[in-house]
Design a protein around this ligand. Structure first.
Ligand code: FAD
Ligand code: SF4
Ligand code: SF4
Length: 478
């Protein structure tokens, strides 16, 4: 191992080529090229094969990163794929969209002084190669176990559970109100971060493995949870969080002031070739407009970068704290800056101007005050610092909350937390309804794809345990 690995002293970190900002502004294609085989193997060889790999500890899936890096460095890619896919249902997605700077790569021990191993890009390279070579197989069980599970929501959490349960022999029915599988991987995250073909390819594989999808079916409206409980041995709720947090400011109801997800979904649907009347009418199209995005998270970054690509006349991001305190990934902020987005740091919205349609966002400058009990510095407005940014389209990207779930699902017995998320017993992942489990954003609040996958995989284990225990109890009672 020694000669082939530990090359970080000799070899510098190199990420895959990033397309120049002037070119990538013009289209919605992913911005990073792929590693070529020799570069991937070289970069993987920078890993020092730590005895206690902090990269793995800080990966929500505890991926066996050192092993697949070593296998890649040795050119043993099929084995690397086996290792990478053993713990992850969507390694090709995580390699693209995980905020690696906060997870695996941010905790790589060679980060200090030598720059981390480019774990995400190598993961993506391994799995993209596996798709090309036909190594990715549908999830088929060695034998059916005669039990069935209903999954509500075809996002990463629901799909990860579906895949695991199918492999274990369950009949799996996935219900989703949308017309495509993938949840926010399809309708939230823009194509320039995650090309939709990557997600759609998995959908085909899942169907080939026998997972049944019931699309355009809204649970709580078209079917009740009660019906699903009667028809299946267990139910998994993975419906995500979709209620946009609002700003209660003068003019917030003016036409042209829109929620982030409506804007991004319209753009993603357009890219997928759907008819999107709200886009075609111009209401959700930034072309030629002055665009202001309010918020500093990853969703805000996705909005500003989408607006750039739609040909906006100007794009400004208003964020009430400074750059160092942005909740979003620094990598995405940097990409946005390169693509020409203007950031108004320490600026909070104060109202929307316009008669009949928004024409500007009024804002006030803030300064950072003393830290609160959580240690985070408070922001305070600077008197007399008001200013207006011209806007024909103002996008609110302030985060998401769950809807009122017990009434949405017609299940008054479904326990929720004070934040409105589904309450689960964290050891069993079961809700207050026996046999009904939950995971992903609907339990955590708005989170990450990789945590959704983790929850889905964990839930599959707990569900199997529960269903088999119930079967044993039934046999004992006969
Ligand atoms: P979702 O992906 O939201 O899937 C839930 C599914 O449930 C949806 O398909 C929905 O249609 C369905 N559903 C809801 N209610 C019902 C019902 N009543 N009946 C039937 N079906 C229903 N994470 C990252 O890791 N990296 C990123 O770069 C990133 N970018 C993001 C960008 C945006 C704009 C957004 C909004 C999120 C982003 N995230 C990112 C977060 C990530 O997408 C989510 O954390 C993840 O998708 C949550 O997975 P989930 O399966 O819990 O829910
Ligand atoms: Fe890193 Fe995400 Fe891959 Fe884990 S799943 S190794 S955090 S990119
Ligand atoms: Fe390799 Fe970095 Fe992980 Fe150590 S922390 S095993 S050097 S990738």
């Amino acid at each position: 191992m020694a000669e082939r690995m530990l090359q970080f002293v000799r070899l510098q970190q190199q990420t895959p080529e990033k397309r120049p900002a002037t070119i990538r502004r013009e289209d919605f294609a992913e911005i990073y090229d792929r590693f070529d085989p020799s570069r991937a193997s070289e970069q993987a060889s920078r890993c020092s094969q730590c005895g206690v790999p902090f990269c793995q500890v800080h990966c929500p899936l505890n991926n066996n990163i050192p092993d697949w890096l070593k296998l890649t460095a040795e050119g043993r890619l099929e084995e690397a794929y086996e290792v990478a896919s053993a713990t992850n249902t969507f390694p090709e997605v995580c390699g693209r969209v995980c905020p690696q700077d906060r997870l695996c790569e941010g905790n790589c021990v060679i980060e200090k002084g030598f720059d981390s191993v480019t774990i995400g890009s190598v993961e993506r390279y391994i799995v993209d190669t596996a798709w090309e070579k036909g190594w990715v197989k549908p999830p088929t069980p060695s034998r059916e176990n005669g039990r069935s599970v209903a999954i509500i929501g075809a996002g990463p959490a629901g799909l990860a559970a579906a895949e695991r349960l199918r492999v274990r022999g369950f009949a799996v029915d996935v219900y989703d109100r949308y017309d495509r599988v993938g949840g926010l991987m399809i309708y939230g995250i823009p194509n320039f971060k995650l090309e939709k073909e990557v997600v759609l390819a998995r959908w085909k594989q899942f169907e080939a493995g026998g997972i049944r999808f019931h699309l355009g079916v809204e649970i709580g409206k078209d079917i009740t949870i009660e019906q699903l409980r009667a028809e299946h041995d267990a139910v998994f709720i993975a419906t995500g969080v979709y209620k946009a947090r609002d700003v209660e400011l003068p003019g917030a109801d003016l036409p042209g002031v829109v929620p982030a997800l409506d804007y991004l979904t319209a753009s993603n649907r357009k890219g997928l070739g759907d008819a999107v009347p709200e886009f075609d009418s111009g209401a959700l199209d930034a072309e030629g407009k002055h665009v202001v995005v309010i918020g500093g998270g990853d969703t805000a970054m996705d909005c500003v970068r989408t607006a750039v690509r739609q040909g906006a006349a100007s794009v400004t991001c208003l964020y009430r704290r400074d750059k160092a305190n942005m909740p979003g990934s620094m990598r995405e902020v940097k990409n946005a800056e390169e693509e020409g987005v203007t950031f108004a740091w320490l600026s909070a919205p104060d109202g929307f101007e316009g008669a009949g349609h928004v024409t500007g966002v009024r804002a006030v400058r803030m300064h950072l005050g003393l830290p609160d009990a959580t240690g985070r510095q408070q922001v305070e407005p600077i008197p007399g610092s008001e200013f207006t940014v011209k806007a024909d389209l103002a996008i609110k990207a302030l985060g998401f909350d769950p809807e009122d779930l017990p009434s949405l699902f017609g299940e008054p017995g479904l326990g929720v937390t004070r934040w409105g998320t589904v309450k689960v017993d964290h050891r069993t992942m079961m809700t207050s309804l026996p046999g009904v489990f939950a995971g992903g954003d609907i339990v955590r609040g708005a989170s990450l794809v990789v945590w959704g996958i983790r929850d889905g995989r964990d839930a599959a284990e707990r569900i199997e345990q529960y269903v088999m225990d119930q079967a044993r109890v039934a046999v004992a009672a006969e």
